[in-house]
Design a protein around this ligand. Structure first.
Ligand SMILES: Cc1ncc(COP(=O)(O)O)c(C=O)c1O
Length: 451
């Protein structure tokens, strides 16, 4: 079931890598014997069996996508060197690979002159973007929508920046009228625009937010940790396409290669439109940065040690699957989105369910029909469990009932929020499996209704 054919390519590449160090005196390895390694590795495999099958298309729950085989292999290959991309001293080749890979991501947003680098993930990347924003607008408020990732409020706390939320409309996007009203009160330094929310994949109305920036002069940070790669997709709805067409006008962008970019965890990316913000990172380190006058990535990043292996994996993936509209990588995103639309249509046509709104990216949220919001919420949990027993793994979310608008029909609104089912169809294979997913969901719902 787990893809293993590609392992032979790793052995070949390891030999090639070894060739680069052939002139060194021979080194006896003091690693424990193979029999013991094998024993411990098998014990590790046994422990790892205790996981949901994230790699399988029937895993259609949380935002989890398996790394591309080439990413896995390039990461593993780089571990024989274990480079550290903090400084050129620790990771010369992988620092160069990081600069190339990040430049390709920036180019996807139309940026040639920019500042950016990889980091541990979306949270770290957003922290860095907001740390820069705070230095440029000290003491001013950071605003984000109620559906923005929960870490924005926490990050603002860490930075000791005042933070406020802006209400969402019925599609879970930032309500621009509410934003405009708030801006009139002044004191806003930065507006975080979520380009694909975690819960529903909703895209904030960037063009309208940019128009408000003209008037009020705040900074726009685009949190595209999950949604950023959709700038390449050719099958977005009108509003999302309009928003992504303007993403290059944001002041900073966060995108996570470890979400939609087919990378192992530990790969986020932060980009700044103005490379001049590099001055804000200025620091002295008496024990690093001595091997080269070229830019060491640690000079422009908050983190110190970082895995060069992450850069090698990203570089290899982008070499195989360039970030191009109409290319294979973009087609993978389009397939996930089509799968989400297909599932949405099936749900909408079936009287046992109520879908919220048309998915903007590849996330579908829905509830089972029931006499009341409480009953629907309870039934959601039962379906979730019945589905898992059929090897279909969905997710559960708590969302405002307002997102369903009139779709709840006569359901009594005895609570403000609904516990709903959520499915992130982010694997290209989901499109081939959506029929099967629907069958399992149907079966699970029938079973849950009988309990
Ligand atoms: C929009 C958004 N921003 C930030 C994050 C946080 O990213 P990470 O989990 O990589 O720290 C997520 C995670 O799902 C996200 O969806």
């Amino acid at each position: 079931m787990l893809e293993q054919k590609s392992l032979s390519a790793l052995v070949e590449a390891a030999k090639k890598l070894d060739g680069g160090f052939a002139k060194l005196p021979a080194l006896e390895s003091d690693a424990p014997g193979m029999a013991r390694i094998s024993e411990v590795l098998n014990a590790t495999a046994e422990r790892l069996q205790d996981n949901y099958p994230y790699f399988h298309p029937l895993y259609a729950g949380q935002m989890l996508k398996p790394p591309h085989p080439v990413a896995r292999l390039a990461y593993a290959l780089a571990l024989w060197i274990n480079p550290n991309n903090h400084a050129l001293d620790g990771g010369r080749a992988t620092s160069a690979m990081e600069k190339e890979a990040v430049a390709a991501i920036a180019a996807m947003f139309g940026w040639k002159n920019f500042l950016g680098h990889l980091c541990g993930g979306g949270t770290m990347a957003n922290l860095e973007a907001l740390w820069v924003a705070r230095q440029l607008h000290p003491g001013k408020k950071i605003l984000a929508s109620e559906q923005a990732h929960y870490t924005h409020s926490r990050i603002s706390g860490v930075l000791q920046s005042p933070f406020e939320t802006v209400a969402c409309d019925a599609q879970a996007c930032m309500d621009v009228d509410q934003l405009a009203k708030r801006l009139k009160q002044g004191d806003v330094g930065t507006v975080v625009t979520t380009m694909g929310t975690t819960a529903t994949g909703s895209v904030d109305p960037l063009p309208e937010i940019l128009a408000l920036r003209e008037k009020h002069g705040f900074r726009v940070h685009a949190d595209a940790a999950y949604g950023g790669y959709f700038v390449l997709a050719g099958n977005l709805g009108e509003a999302a396409a309009r928003a992504f067409a303007r993403i290059g006008e944001a002041d900073s962008i966060v995108i996570d290669p470890h979400k939609h970019g087919l990378q192992p965890y530990g790969c986020g990316c932060v980009l700044f439109r103005d490379p001049g913000v590099g001055r804000l990172y200025k620091h002295d380190s008496p024990y690093t940065y001595f091997s080269s006058a070229d830019l060491h990535l640690g000079e422009i990043s908050l983190e110190c040690s970082r895995p060069g292996a992450a850069a090698a994996a990203l570089w290899a993936t982008q070499k195989l699957l360039p970030l191009e509209k109409g290319g294979d990588f973009a087609r993978g995103l389009e397939r996930g989105r089509k799968a989400a639309l297909t599932l949405f249509e099936k749900i909408q046509e079936d009287s046992r369910f109520a879908a919220a709104f048309v998915p903007e990216l590849d996330i579908v949220v829905f509830v089972p029909g029931a006499p009341s919001a409480s009953a629907a919420s309870m039934l959601t949990r039962k379906i979730f469990e019945e589905a898992a027993q059929r090897d279909l793994h969905l997710a559960v979310a708590e969302l405002p009932a307002a997102f369903w608008g009139k779709n709840l029909g006569a359901m009594k609104r005895d609570r403000e929020t609904l516990t709903c089912l959520r499915s992130v169809l982010m694997k290209p294979e989901h499109l081939d499996w959506v029929g099967r997913i629907w069958e399992q969901l149907s079966g699970a719902t029938e079973a849950a209704l009988k309990i």
